[in-house]
Ligand binder design. Structure first.
Ligand code: THU
Length: 163
């Protein structure tokens, strides 16, 4: 038996103001996108902003449904919109921001497992690590450079190939 040890690196910024200017813009785009979230059931409003390699920013937000599992998270809404409207363009970064009417969101929101899986595939297609910037409505911004930090040992397309 041997053991493998997996390490994640998370960059913690004390607030949006500590980020490089371009990243502040991306977080602000996610905050803007949050305004149009459709979240009448959870009251948890999430915005996502995807930066493509030509500088285009694609926005998404969570879209809920009375049949709860039919809804979709902000991250996947944004990434699928990017895939649908800008096919072949590499994804460089995704910023996430969240807020609620019911309580304060002063911790960064980390993406759910399903969104991480989708991010992982777009990262592979983009042939470079995807930077993920995570924010709530106030407080710290957490940044990771690459899905490896939040979805290590991911299932990917190579697993479907015969060797
Ligand atoms: N949600 C997101 O959009 N992104 C996340 O990273 C976490 C959760 C949404 C899904 C649902 O509409 C609401 O937040 C509560 O889970």
């Amino acid at each position: 038996m041997k053991e493998i040890s997996i390490q994640s690196v998370v960059h913690v910024y004390s607030g949006i103001g500590e980020l490089p200017e371009a990243d502040q813009e991306l977080i602000n785009a996610a905050i803007g996108a949050r305004l149009h979230a459709y979240a009448p059931y959870s009251h948890f409003f999430v915005g996502a902003a995807v930066l493509l390699d030509d500088g285009t920013i694609v926005l998404g937000n969570n879209q809920e449904n009375v049949a709860y599992p039919s809804g979709l998270c902000a991250e996947r809404t944004a990434l699928f919109a990017a895939g649908a409207n800008f096919p072949g363009k590499a994804v460089l970064k995704i910023a996430i921001a969240a807020s609620s009417n019911d309580f304060e969101v002063n911790n960064p929101v980390y993406p759910c497992g399903a969104c991480r899986q989708v991010m992982s595939e777009y990262e592979q297609l983009s042939k470079r690590p995807m930077e993920i910037l995570m924010y709530g409505a106030s407080g710290e911004v957490h940044v990771v450079n690459g899905l490896i930090n939040i979805l290590p040992v991911a299932f990917n397309a190579d697993n479907l190939k015969r060797r």
